[in-house]
Design a protein around this ligand. Structure first.
Ligand code: NAD
Ligand code: IPM
Ligand code: MN
Length: 372
C-alpha cells in the first residue's frame, strides 16, 4: 500500500487531479498497485482564507508520504510569485527534488512539425538552484538592504552585494547561483540516466557565452563527468536549442538544462507534443519524497469549464507509478493516452469534444478493459 499526498491546488489543477486520481483508482482495480490518498488543502483558497502557504505542519505531513501528486497553483486574485514561491518552489526546495524530469515525446499526428520523424527527448531540468533561489531584492542609495540569504538542503549562505555594486540610486537584483555540489549531483543523475537508456551523449543547455561564471563552472563539471562515465557531452546554447527543438528534435535524448531555461524549453516541448495539456513531469529526489505534476499551470482562462486536458496529469501519474516501482502499470497509462488520441477521445485543445471528466472516464475504461 502506497501513501500518496494529493494536492489539487488551484483552477484546473483540481479538475485534472480529479481525473488523475480516478485513473489511479482504475489502476488499483486491475493490478497489484494500491494506494491511500490524503487530500491536502494547499493553494490559493486556503491562502486567501488564512494567509497560510506551505506550513511546517504541511511539510511534516508530506514528508511521511511515498509521493506527492500535485495539480497546479496560481490565482489571478493573488500577486504573482506569492503562491508560486511560497508553495510550489518551496516544496521542490524543502524536499530537495533536484531533478525535474520532463519527457517530450512525439504523439503523431499532434506534432505541429512538417516532418514526421519520431522523437523522445528527456529533459532533466535542475530544480533547486540557478535563478530560482528567490535570492534577490531591491535597494537604493545606501545599499543597506543589498543582502540576501540563501537556504538549501546542501548549504546556507548570506550574500552581501554592497562590496560589488556602484553607487547608483535604485537597484533590483536576482541572483542565479549554482553550487559545485548541486552541479555534481545533477551531472551524475544525467549521465546515469543516459547510460540506463543506452544513449551515447548528454546534451547540456546553457548560456555560457554570457553567464560565464555559473555556466562555465557547470560545463567544467559536466566535462569531467563525461570522461568518468565514458559518455559523450554536447553543449548547446539555449537560443540555438530552442531552434533545434523545432528543426531536429529527433537528434536529442537526455538533455540537462538549468532551472530557468528548463522552464521555458519544456513549455516549448509541451507544444511539440500537442500542447500544455500533454506535458507531465516528475520532481525527483532519488532518496526522498518526489512530486509528480503536469507542467501546466492553473489556467484561469478555462478553469471551471471542464475543458482542461487531463492527459498531462495522467502522464504525471505514469511517472509516479514508474518511480514507485510499477513500470508496467505506468506503461499502461501511456497506452491509455495513445488509445484516446487514436480515437479522438479528447478535450477541445486537441480538437475533440469531450470534457475533462469524459476523457478521464475513457482512460479509466481503457484501463479496466486490460483486466487479465
Ligand atoms: P497555464 O499553463 O496555466 O496556461 C497557459 C495556456 O495553456 C492557457 O491558455 C491555458 O488555458 C492553456 N492550458 C494549460 N493547461 C491546459 C490543459 N491541461 N488543457 C488545456 N489547455 C491548457 O499558464 P499561465 O496562464 O501562464 O499561468 C496561470 C497561473 O498558473 C499563473 O498563476 C502561473 O504562475 C501558474 N503556473 C503554475 C504552474 C504549476 O503549478 N506547476 C505552472 C505554470 C504556471
Ligand atoms: C512550472 C512552473 C513553475 C516554474 C512556476 C509556477 C513557479 O512554470 O512548473 O513549469 O517556473 O517552475
Ligand atoms: Mn513552467
Amino acid at each position: 500500500m502506497k501513501h500518496l499526498a494529493i494536492i489539487p491546488g488551484d483552477g484546473i489543477g483540481k479538475e485534472v487531479i480529479d481525473a488523475g486520481t480516478a485513473v489511479l483508482d482504475a489502476v488499483c482495480e486491475i493490478s497489484s498497485f494500491d494506494y491511500d490518498g490524503e487530500l491536502f488543502d494547499i493553494g490559493s483558497d486556503r491562502y486567501l482564507r488564512t494567509g497560510e502557504l506551505l506550513t511546517e505542519e504541511d511539510i511534516a505531513d508530506l514528508r511521511k508520504k511515498d509521493a506527492i501528486y500535485f495539480g497546479a497553483i496560481g490565482d489571478p486574485k493573488v500577486k504573482p510569485g506569492i503562491l508560486e514561491q511560497g508553495i510550489l518552489l518551496k516544496m521542490r526546495a524543502v524536499f530537495d527534488q533536484y531533478i525535474n524530469l520532463r519527457p517530450v515525446t512525439s504523439w503523431f499526428p499532434l506534432v505541429p512539425l512538417k516532418r514526421e520523424v519520431p522523437f523522445d527527448i528527456r529533459f532533466l531540468r535542475e530544480n533547486t538552484e540557478d535563478f530560482y533561489m528567490g535570492a534577490g531584492g531591491t535597494f537604493s542609495g545606501s545599499r543597506k538592504d543589498a543582502r540576501v540569504k540563501v537556504k538549501r538542503e546542501m548549504y546556507e549562505l548570506e550574500i552581501d552585494l554592497r562590496t560589488n555594486s556602484s553607487n547608483n540610486d535604485d537597484f533590483a537584483f536576482e541572483i542565479g547561483l549554482l553550487s559545485k555540489k548541486g552541479i555534481t549531483r545533477f551531472a551524475d543523475y544525467a549521465f546515469n540516466y543516459a547510460m540506463a537508456r543506452g544513449e551515447k551523449k548528454v546534451t547540456l543547455v546553457d548560456k555560457a557565452n554570457v553567464c560565464t561564471h555559473v555556466y562555465g563552472m557547470q560545463r567544467a563539471i559536466f566535462e569531467e563527468k563525461s570522461k568518468e562515465y565514458g559518455i559523450g557531452l554536447e553543449f548547446m546554447y539555449v537560443d540555438a536549442m530552442a531552434m533545434a527543438m523545432i528543426v531536429r528534435p529527433e537528434t536529442f535524448g537526455t538533455v540537462a538544462v538549468p532551472n530557468l531555461f528548463g522552464d521555458i524549453l519544456t513549455d516549448l516541448g509541451a507544444q511539440l507534443q500537442g500542447g500544455l495539456g500533454m506535458g507531465g513531469s516528475g520532481n525527483i529526489n532519488p532518496k526522498g519524497v518526489s512530486m509528480f505534476e503536469p507542467i501546466h499551470g492553473s489556467a484561469p482562462d478555462i478553469a471551471g469549464q471542464k475543458k482542461a486536458n487531463p492527459m498531462a496529469a495522467v502522464l504525471a501519474a505514469q511517472m509516479l507509478l514508474e518511480n514507485l516501482g510499477y513500470p508496467e502499470e505506468g506503461k499502461m497509462l501511456q497506452r491509455s493516452v495513445r488509445y484516446c488520441l487514436d480515437n479522438m477521445l479528447t478535450t477541445p485543445d486537441l480538437g475533440g469534444k469531450l470534457t475533462t471528466d469524459e476523457v478521464g472516464k475513457a482512460i479509466c475504461d481503457f484501463i479496466l478493459g486490460q483486466k487479465k
